[in-house]
Structures are given as structure tokens and as C-alpha cells.
Design a protein around this ligand. Sequence first.
Ligand code: AMP
Length: 383
Amino acid sequence: MAPHTLTEAPRVSFTDLPVSKPIRRAVADQGWEIPTPIQALTLPVLLGGEDVVGIAQTGSGKTAAFSIPLLEVIDSKTRGVQALVLVPTRELAAQTAAELANLSRHEPVRPVVLCGGVPIGPQIKALKGRTATVVVGTPGRIIDHLQRGTLGLGSVRYLVLDEADRMLDMGFAPDVGRILSRTPDGRQTALFSATMPGAIRSMVKSHMRSPQWLAVESGAPTVDTVEQVSYRVNGRDKTSVLRSLIDAEKEPRAIVFRRTKHGATKLHRQLERDGYKAGLLHGGKTQAQRTKTLAAFVGGRTRILIATNVAARGLDIPNVSHVINYDLPEDVETYVHRIGRTARAGRDGIAATLVSEAEKREFDKIKRALTVEVRESRLPVSA
Ligand code: AMP
């Protein structure tokens, strides 16, 4: 975190902010009463036209924090891309576009989503001859459009880099740099990230205009409404432990994380064989399959979602009761992102980590980097 980071969220209400009426109405329609802490910190600065580096986790309300000021700068009559939101994954792009559409419902701005994994033709068509254009997309596909000449960024006035740390992890840094260099210097930029590795600091230095650094928490990131527990288990027994955790809940809604596609597929097969209805989400699935799986989980038709890290960031699934780390996350950042899938927007949730003897030392390392305690618990006994 930068030394001048502001962490104390001011007390503001949506009515104190210079937000136009249609957006204020849309916020009220969502049932949002007060801004979340990261919104209280960043909205006044972004609405004032300044650059922001926001240190915020998923679930903190950061999408609206950058979307409301974005919608305020869009001019309904001007052609060309006025705002660009870069995100690491297709799922996050879809969610961000949905939030933009929601918040602009009384003065509609329909974002164009540009992501890989789907045909490019309809995207090219969608970009043609529009006004009030907002693009939400992943770096790879945006570069593709830039190379084909189907997208121009010369009129971008507002740019968002969401989950910047994740974009770097996924190797998007060179693409992001190329995209930024195609946008005007005078644009406003909002960068959000859960962690601030050195590579992001240098990105900020070379591409942003003396931004304000804003973060809600100090110290290591963690989601404090999540109850964090760990279970010491024999590696071989993980599946039966998982079953007892699920069986102990009346209405579970659990995301179970595995490290590899193969591991996720195997576990999915085992659970289905045991009579559980579970969804499977990993990077090897097509976009159509992923959308279907997510819809079934969000709609409650499946109560268990087995996923690799593809699903660890940005997904906003309401009321997830459990995040279960069947395999240990690779590092503390992944841990924080995984458990950020539960307890969203102030609700409670449980993050359970199954730790085998072989994983114990690695997990101890993760625990030392967290500010809150992970309680070691006894195994639940299934009924
Ligand atoms: P995000 O961090 O953007 O993924 O947001 C997490 C969740 O918080 C989403 O379900 C939003 O709809 C919700 N949310 C955003 N802003 C507010 C607010 N001011 N009050 C209550 N919920 C909010």
C-alpha cells in the first residue's frame, strides 16, 4: 500500500454526492441505502474527475464505485468509444456490463462486451455506428479488435482497470500497456486491485496522473465478515469430509475450489455419483457451458459449484454460504479472492479449508499473512 493511502471512509450518503437523478433513482431501485466504504472513499474523487487507485476486494461494491462516475461522463450524442473497462475474465465482463446496464436503466447505456471465446463478427457489428459507447472487455480480445482496426480508442475519456493484479497474473501486462498507449493522455483513469504488487505500482506511475490512493482496510487484505475455519484431514478423506460439511447444512450453497481442471472434473464425477447435484466450472469449458453452469447455481438448481481459480475472482453470486478450499490456494492473494466469493456486501459466510498433512506448512504460511485468525475446527458429524 502506498504511504499516502487514505483509509478512513468518510460518512456520505448517495444524496450528498453529485450524482444525476436517473442514476440516483437506479441506486434506490437496487435497494442500496448508503455507499459501501470503498464507494464512500472513491466516488467523491472519481466524480470530481480525478484518477484513483482503489485497493478493494471483490464484494466491496467496487463495480458501482467506478460505474457511477463512468455513466456521469457519457454523452449520449457523441460517437466513438467514450469509456473503456478492462477486466481479466469474461465472467467479470458480463457482470460489469450488467451492473452498468442496471445503473443506467433510467437513461440506458448499453455496454458493448468484447471478450474472447465467442465469435468476433457480432462484436464488430455492435461497435458500428453507435453513440454513447461504453466498452467492457478482456485485454486479449480488445487487442484483437485494435489490430483489425475495428475498434478505435482515440476518444476514450474514462478508463477502468478492474482487478489489475489479476490481469497481471494472467499475463495481460503487455496487452494492457498497449491498450493504454492507444487512449488519450488526458483521460481519467480508475484502477482497482485487491493487492498492489510492484508491477502495478509501475503501471500506475507510467500511465496515471497523480492518482489518489484509496483503500478501506490497512494491513493484509481479508474479508472480515467471513468466518474462516480449517480442518486437518487425511488427504484420502477429503471427499468424505466435503460431503459431511455439505450434509451438515440445511440449505448449502457452496463453491468448492480445486487447483486443476482434472481434479475438479474428478471431484465433480465423484459427487454426482454419490447423488449430489453439482456444477463444474473451469477454463476448459466453453462460454456457453460456463454461463449455463453459473445460471443453474445462481438460480439454486445446483447447490454445489466445483471450480478452479477461473471462478475465484470477480464473480458476484448472491448468498454463497460456503467457500470450501478442497485444495489449498496457491498463495495468500488467491486465498483472499476465493473466500471473497462468500459474505458479499456484508452478509455472513463460512470459508473452510481442508488441510492435509502435506499441505500444513504451506497453509501455515498463508495464515501468517492474514490479519484475522483461521480457527482450526473439528470435523462436523453428518446426520
Ligand atoms: P462488487 O464488489 O462490485 O462485486 O459488489 C458486490 C455486491 O455489492 C454486488 O452484489 C452489488 O450489487 C452490491 N452493492 C454495491 N453497492 C452497494 C451498496 N451501496 N449497498 C448495498 N449493496 C451494494
